[in-house]
Ligand binder design. Sequence first.
Ligand SMILES: NC(=O)c1ccc[n+]([C@@H]2O[C@H](COP(=O)([O-])OP(=O)(O)OC[C@H]3O[C@@H](n4cnc5c(N)ncnc54)[C@H](OP(=O)(O)O)[C@@H]3O)[C@@H](O)[C@H]2O)c1
Length: 334
Amino acid sequence: METRPLGTTGPQVSALGLGCMGMSALYGTADRAESIATIHAALEAGVTLLDTGDFYGMGHNEMLIGEALRSAPAARREQALTSVKFGALRGPDGEWGGVDGRPAAVKNFAAYSLQRLGVDHIDVYRIARVDPGVPIEETVGAIAELVEKGYVRHIGLSEAGADTIRRAAATAPVVDLQIEYSLISRSLEQSILPTTRELGISITAYGVLSRGLISGHYTRDRRLAANDFRSHSPRFQGENLDHNLALVDSLRKIAEQKGVSVAQIAIAWVLSRGEDIVPLIGARTRERLTESLGALDVTLDDADLTAIEAAVPADAAAGERYAPAQMATLDSER
Ligand SMILES: NC(=O)c1ccc[n+]([C@@H]2O[C@H](COP(=O)([O-])OP(=O)(O)OC[C@H]3O[C@@H](n4cnc5c(N)ncnc54)[C@H](OP(=O)(O)O)[C@@H]3O)[C@@H](O)[C@H]2O)c1
């Protein structure tokens, strides 16, 4: 598979990474055996980057990845790079309790993640949301100590804004910023992307399909469990949803002309944004994985890009990408 560099100081990774969140949390029930088969199929296809968070299913996702790695052929296991987020606090009912980026907490989170994943190091380690109560220098400094000790290889960031990125990068080398980036989530293009480019930091893009909304598979009548992220995401509600699905219909016409799927167009567009962008695909079945990986074979020429951006202009989405309380936690949106 085509590879891309993770920042100027990080490893080469597959051009598409696999985001494993939906295998444990936030998008309704997932099938465990199919999830593991999907991770194995991704590794077999040459995907090397597996993204998770210790809070995805309160450790469930890391244990799932650990099981998949243990049962994968040794050669595939050795190629796999783990990208882990920490810091989000949970409760036994699944409630969210803020974020903890204190150095002592960073080391504690890492110790548990290493156990659950069953690995001796984490390849890229990042706080999920910048802790407003702890200077980023302290959080990143704690990860840098883990790097010195060999428990972590590289430092990443998640949903950090330009100022925080600069401060973090002045503390220790940062290889990537994980942030939402899709045809309908482009706010990072204003100040964040120029900053990461100036500093030699890559983007691992999540929500490339806007959580399935622009995948071409999402329908108006889809029933969601109460704990499904999309049941309270502004873009999936009422008139917003109608508006956003109309954008998908415009995209579908372009996809049909090119003989590819809507999801493939959406992923290929993010891939086209630059060699420093690595989309994370949220497939949790082999069927969706195959469709997503097909995006690597889609070439978008200038005419295609013009048609896509005319169908879905930069600020075309109705609704913010998170509900207000969650938007307020995004350093990247300040
Ligand atoms: N740093 C952060 O703050 C943050 C936040 C969110 C996610 N992430 C990471 O980024 C990863 C990707 O994010 P995401 O899951 O929201 O991405 P996404 O690709 O936008 O959404 C994945 C959803 O799209 C649907 N889908 C439809 N067609 C698909 C296809 N061909 N391939 C894949 N999915 C398809 C799936 O729904 P069905 O399975 O229901 O069909 C799945 O629930 C996550 O797994 C996580 O590791 C990071």
